[in-house]
Each structure stands twice: as C-alpha cells, then as structure tokens.
Design a protein. Structure first.
Length: 294
C-alpha cells in the first residue's frame, strides 16, 4: 500500500475510533435517536440538491439508509446510552466482520477458511467474557444492542455488494435521506415528546461539535476514504486495518471521557482483537478477489 493511502487508512480509522467517545458527549444532552436523526439529516441536506443520484436501483439506496442509519447507528447510540462504554462499543461493532463472512458463505458461495472459523470462536469467547462481567439488565441489553448493530452493518455490506454501486459518496448522501424520520419516530415511540423537549436549548457547543464531527468526518470523509481504499486494494489488504478502530476508540475514550477498563474486560478485549486478527489475516497467495467488507 502506498504511503499516502496508508496515511488515509490511519486517518479514517482514527476518525471512526474517536467518533465513539464524541458521540457519547452528544448523548449527554440529546436523545440517541434524535441525535442520530439530526446526524443523517445533515449528511443528506443540502448536498442531495447538488449531487447526482447514484446510478443504482433506488430501493438499494433506501434499504441501505434504513439499515445503516436506524439499524446500525441508531442502535449503537441507544446501546451506549443504556450503559455500554464507547470503547467497548467500538470493539464489539467489529464483529460485523464475521457476520459478513457468514453472509458471503450463504449468499455468494464464498469459502470460509479454518482461520476465519478459529477467529470467530476466539471473538465470541471474548464477547461472552464481556457479557459475563456486565451487571444489571441495562448493561446486558446495551451489549446485545451493539451486537445487533454489528449484524445490521453486515446486512448493509450485502446491500452494497448487491447494488454494485460505484459512486460511494453520492450513495451515502442519498441514503442519508431515509433514516431521520424513522429515527425520530422511534424516539417518539420510546420517550414521547420528552425526547424532543429542549433539544435546541441542550444543543451547546459540545453537542454541536459532536454532531458536526459525526456528519462531516465520521460519515462523509471516513466512508469516502474507506471505500476508496477498497476500490484500490484487495479487501485482504484493507480489512485488517479496521483493527485500529477499537484501538483508537478505547484510547480516545480514556482520554476524552475518562473511560476505565477492568482487568477481566481487558482479557476479553485481547481475545476479541486476536480473533479479529486471525479471521481477517490472509496470506497473499490465498487472497482472492473482493469479498464482503466493512
């Protein structure tokens, strides 16, 4: 990988990692589904008036927007609010790698290597360790929500693959049109009008900065950068770099919001990262064409 592309990969994973604690800061003032809805509304508007619609069937755009916005990010933010630390969330979401491998096997007849099976076993063992250390129904619910969001991300990968889209930035902008209203309806269903009360008053500099970071760096820049790398290099070269996301996520969570990780959770985290590394690693000789990816 060229140095400039390696720098781009590190910047993308850094942005995605830092996004988790910064999202936590925004959640201190705003309901998670309201916050996520604002994020995607700003990701779509006003750019949809200036960017040509991607040349794919529009139901792919709508389906991806709903899965990515509501099923993934809405659920992640709700999981963080109910008790999952941002650092742990940035790690668990990486389980989408193994869900994506499963979809590749079922839908596209992609082969699953022994290393991938071993990696999945190690990662699930680490996840079980994290679940075992959670105390209270809300904490366990939060972990399960993040696992669900990882599944949603993998479904989004299937949609991307099936659509054959090439205009990634345009696709992300247009897909962002679809999550806001369902997200705000979810907020209303869970909390009624209280979810929207004082949103303007609570939108201080910290919350506004969190939203702007999520829109323009974590959504526009990061997804453009990551998918540009996937166009230029085999997935087997790019995908392992996603292991930097939880590293940056946990480190920035410690620095920004003072997150502390217990020794049992550190051991579980080590198991998950080892599992991801084993599952993602592929020797050049065994690297086929592109498969489902993050």
């Amino acid at each position: 990988m060229q140095k400039k592309h390696l720098v781009l990969a590190v910047l993308v994973t850094l942005v995605w990692g830092v996004n988790f604690p910064l999202t936590k800061l925004g959640l201190r003032a705003i309901d998670p589904f309201v916050l996520t809805g604002i994020r995607f509304a700003l990701a779509a508007l006003p750019l949809v008036f200036f960017i040509k619609r991607p040349a794919v069937r529009f139901h792919y755009v709508a389906a991806y927007g709903l899965i990515f916005g509501l099923g993934m990010w809405g659920v992640i933010n709700y999981g963080i609010q109910v008790g999952v630390s941002p650092g742990i969330a940035s790690l668990i979401i990486q389980l989408s790698v193994f869900f994506s491998m499963g979809w590749g096997y079922v839908l596209f007849q992609e082969k699953i290597r022994r290393a991938q099976v071993l990696g999945a076993v190690l990662a699930v063992t680490g996840l079980a360790g994290i679940i075992a250390t959670q105390h209270g129904d809300h904490a366990l619910l939060g972990i399960l929500l993040i696992v669900f969001s990882a599944l949603a991300w993998s479904v989004g990968n299937v949609i991307i693959k099936q659509s054959g889209v090439k205009e990634i930035f345009s696709f992300m902008v247009w897909a962002s049109l679809f999550p806001p209203i369902p997200l705000w309806l979810m907020a209303w269903w869970l909390h009624g009008s209280a979810a929207f009360a004082n949103v303007g008053a609570n939108l201080d500099l910290t919350a506004a900065g969190s939203i702007l970071f999520q829109v323009y760096l974590a959504t526009h820049f990061a997804y453009w950068g990551w998918n540009s790398l996937l166009k230029a290099y085999p997935v087997s070269t790019v995908a392992p770099l996603s292991l930097l996301i939880p590293v940056f996520g946990m480190t920035s969570s410690m620095l920004i919001i003072g997150e502390r990780i217990s020794t049992p959770n550190l051991l579980s985290i080590a198991l998950i990262i080892t599992g991801l590394a084993v599952g993602l690693y592929r020797t050049p000789a065994s690297a086929p064409g592109k498969t489902l990816s993050q």
